[in-house]
Write a protein that binds this ligand. Sequence first.
Ligand SMILES: [Zn+2]
Length: 262
Amino acid sequence: MEQRTNDPRQSERFPIRIPVYAREDYFGTSVDLSESGMLIRSAAKAAREGASLSVRFTLPGRSEPVVIETRIARIGEQSVDPQSGLGLSFDTRESTHRVVCDYLATLKRDRAPLQLKIAADAGRRMVTLSGVLTDPLQLSALQSMPQPILLNLRDLTILREEDWLSFIYTLPTTKPVALHDCPQSFIQKANRSPQFLAGQEVRSFFAPYRCAKCDRESERLLFVQHLRAKGVQPAALFTCDDCKLPMELDTVADEYLKFLHH
Ligand SMILES: [Zn+2]
């Protein structure tokens, strides 16, 4: 286990500038963000070192704001401006802390080069793609693969939809492509443009779930074959790891599952 630290100086910082609010008021703007906390520029004079402060901010590209308890770690951060720099340490016990960590993990992964890993899966060859797709030529090795092509997309990040479409269009139309473990970002792209899934079949995909009782969020894997079975509702498939009550789909089902009808 990696040791958890509460010191913002110990973990990798990302230069993310977002407004931070405290008690409904604008408190300052972040200079950087890490798993352990954030450095902000704030004109708040009442900030006292060691005091706790509940803050709210919205991560870039996300819609739900993060509300998290913090402790004011340092005042007068030299690297910013001794008058306005402020370090906030996150309370790592809060469930929203995981949202921040997941977000940063995505940013780290986005810098990783694309990798293709071929493994036998129940007698078939499954190709796991991980990293960031930045050029369709990165996938040219797949053109000579025997069909059907089975792809696991769990750790794949696609920045531009056209890169994926260019790859798909280089494959002979007779080659069926089956997709496993499609991440939420992939499903969102598929829902936005029907041609995104041309010639492909989604077999399984991730969806966001939330427990209404303890507010715990979790990503779960859904199987299309299972969903197509009569009477199976995505809302009633999983229970919360903490309280064991049924979890709710944390998005509008009709919109998130639109790609199934493309
Ligand atoms: Zn729960």
